[in-house]
Structures are given as C-alpha cells and as structure tokens.
Design a binder for this molecule. Structure first.
Ligand code: SF4
Length: 222
C-alpha cells in the first residue's frame, strides 16, 4: 500500500459541521430574499413579521424585536417603520401601560407572515428525510449549539426546554422519555425538546446552571 498523504486543507469534524450549518443558513437567506423580493421585504423585515405572528398573544415592544434579532435600537426601529409604511404592522399604546408602544400585525401583515413561514420549507424537507432517532440526536445537538451561542452573547435568550424552570432533565428511567415538563406534567423525549416554547419560564442563574449540567451529564453519548 502506498504512503498515505494528508488531503490538502484537511478539515476536522467541527469544521465540516460548521460548513454544513453555514450552508443551511445560506439556503434560508436565499429563500428569504427570493420570497421577499416580489413583496419588497428584506429577510429581517420578514423575520419580524414571523416573530410578531408567533407572539400574537403577548405585547411586543420595539426593544423585544431588537433583542430577538440582535439588532441595534435604530436598525429595529427603521425595519419596523418600513413595515408600518407598508401597512403590515401598526404601533399602539399598551392597554396596561399607556407610556409603552406595542407593535402588532395588521390583517395584511398576518397574511404576509404566513407566506414568510414558507421560507423554511426547504430546510424542513431536509430534516424530514432523517429518521426519528437522527432527528432526536440533531435536536439535542442544536440545543447545545444554541446554548453556546447564548453563552457567547451571539443571540438573545432562546425559549428552549434546557433553560426553562419547568424542565426536569433525566428524571425518568424510560430511555425514550427521560425528561419531564413540569408545566404539562408530562414525560418528554429528546425528540420533543422545544427550541421556542411559548410557555418558557426562565429560572434563576444558579438553578439554570445546575439544570444544564444535569441535562448534559446523563445524556452524553446518547
Ligand atoms: S414549559 Fe415549554 S420550555 Fe418549559 S419544559 Fe415545558 S415544553 Fe419545555
């Protein structure tokens, strides 16, 4: 057998996964531009519409938009003003506190938000091609990557199970459903971990660290 030479520019598994995630981000961005161009929406404006649709039951302030998408207050304000001009969004005084301005979708904005969710269909099709076990492993992996992004301050707090006060990791002996959601009072499996739960409730810092360590500890190697 001939002498094996290292491949030019050989990469680690971490490098390969990072390239993969970047390609997924590129596909989403390109879908967002393609879908938005005909309706003259930038990806950020489209994301804001999707965010407002998800939070329809809660008052959303400009600050919430800026935090969610890691935007400066000026950029968030500009994007929201454009959506107001397009009559997709309107601003009004909060019923609870008249000093606070809240942002909501208009009827046209709600219709537009539904179209925006179509941007993710290409990725959904790819994820559906995985087996349930592969999906559960990917979901656990994404939870860890997102947690790291949060720790690095690259994204705002994500409403995911692993950071939620109701989440009790590895409390059941059933390997298929080892975790527990205290709110639903239900055992949940790795494939049911949520990354954006409307019922999410953040706990204290110390409690969060302990919960995260328990989640990692018993689950390594699964
Ligand atoms: S309330 Fe939501 S985020 Fe919290 S543990 Fe239950 S499902 Fe997960």
């Amino acid at each position: 057998m001939g002498k094996q030479l290292p491949l030019q520019g050989e990469k680690s598994t971490v490098d390969h996964i990072t390239v993969g995630l970047t390609k997924i981000a590129t596909a989403l961005r390109s879908q967002a531009w393609e879908g938005g161009t005909t309706r003259k929406l930038t990806p950020t404006q489209g994301q804001i519409l999707g965010f407002l649709a998800d939070r329809a039951a809660q008052p959303v302030r400009l600050n919430d938009v800026a935090t969610e998408f890691c935007l400066t207050a000026a950029t968030a304000s500009e994007a929201v003003m454009t959506l107001v001009e397009k009559k997709l969004v309107h601003k009004s005084r909060s019923a609870e506190d008249h000093r606070v301005l809240v942002i909501t979708l208009t009827a046209a904005g709600r219709r537009e938000a539904q179209l925006v969710t179509g941007w993710t269909q290409v990725v959904q099709a790819g994820v559906k091609s995985l087996t349930p076990d592969e999906q559960a492993v990917l979901l656990r992996g994404l939870t860890k990557v997102i947690h790291s992004l949060q720790e690095q301050g690259a994204i705002s707090v994500v409403r995911m199970c692993a950071g939620c006060t109701y989440f009790q990791p590895h409390v059941h002996s059933d390997a298929a459903k080892p975790h527990h959601c205290g709110l639903m009072d239900k055992a949940i499996g790795e494939g049911q971990l949520r990354l954006d739960c409307p019922e999410f409730m953040p706990g204290g810092e110390f409690e969060q660290v302990r919960r995260w360590e328990r989640f990692l500890g018993s689950g390594e190697g699964r």
